[in-house]
Design a protein around this ligand. Sequence first.
Ligand SMILES: C[S@@+](CC[C@H](N)C(=O)[O-])C[C@H]1O[C@@H](n2cnc3c(N)ncnc32)[C@H](O)[C@@H]1O
Length: 306
Amino acid sequence: MLEEVVHFLAPSRGKLFLDGTLGGGGHTRRLLEDGANVIGLDRDPDALQFARQRLAEFGDSFSAIHTDFRDYSDLLGTVGICGGLDGILLDLGVSSRQLENFDRGFSFQGDGPLDMRMNPEAELSAEVVVNEWAEDELIRIFREYGEERSARRIAGAIVKARQDHPITTTLQLADLVESVLPRRGRQHPATRIFQAIRIAVNDEFGALRVALEEAHRWLRPGGRLVVITFHSLEDRIVKQFMRSHCMEWIDRPELPEPIPNPECYFDAVVRKALSPSDEEVAENPRARSAKLRVVERRTADEKATK
Ligand SMILES: C[S@@+](CC[C@H](N)C(=O)[O-])C[C@H]1O[C@@H](n2cnc3c(N)ncnc32)[C@H](O)[C@@H]1O
């Protein structure tokens, strides 16, 4: 959703953006081409190296930093960003580059180690989750992060199989899930299980919640927060966050009358999430479930008035 991001962030000379999910640097490149400055973050050193090479021509306008975006507040504090940011972009999930490298273990389209760490220096890998986590924990993540109705059966099969020998590869796991849950329709039965394990390994929802909560501190008035999600669970977190911080008044049954929301930091820029165009989906089928939401930082003295 490149054009939409450029439209909502309106890059121009002198503006400063934070791209929390640099990946291949596609979005950042467009911001830089329009004269803006960008601080790009990624927790994957391979992505950073790739983006640094691709964006070297932009010199000092661009810096690439290896960190989890959950820590951007500390980072910006250290760097000493005084005037604030004109925009924050979070384009969540994994990149095509990560998915297509079977050695990273994100995909079962080919065989690879059960890894799934966006940051290969992190301790927790998919292999640890699958072979060491308690059955109840597996059930919980399959339900919560995979919305898998057969969570109990699949977790049971994993626990049984790992008693004989550890499950160490992506195809071993995908075949095991398929043996419990035969294929129906177009989606492979392991898709939700892989999604759940990846979210757990990278604590994706934890990182997202922290990053959202910090955004109002760093955006200058009029600065925008743009978030692209790839599945309904992530989108729900973003939607609820944005709704609760765009709400001017709190009106609850236990209150005698509505009160101004002290945490009304944003104005909604789009009322409903935007989806990619048919042309984009035709070009890149993985984009089909993408949703983009945007809010704008209010000025500090915009007070709710009845
Ligand atoms: C969908 S890709 C971004 C693609 C990018 N917008 C582009 O135009 O090429 C997501 C990237 O975000 C990174 N990422 C995901 N969660 C992260 C986090 N919590 N902190 C830092 N990077 C993260 C992934 O490693 C991946 O490289």
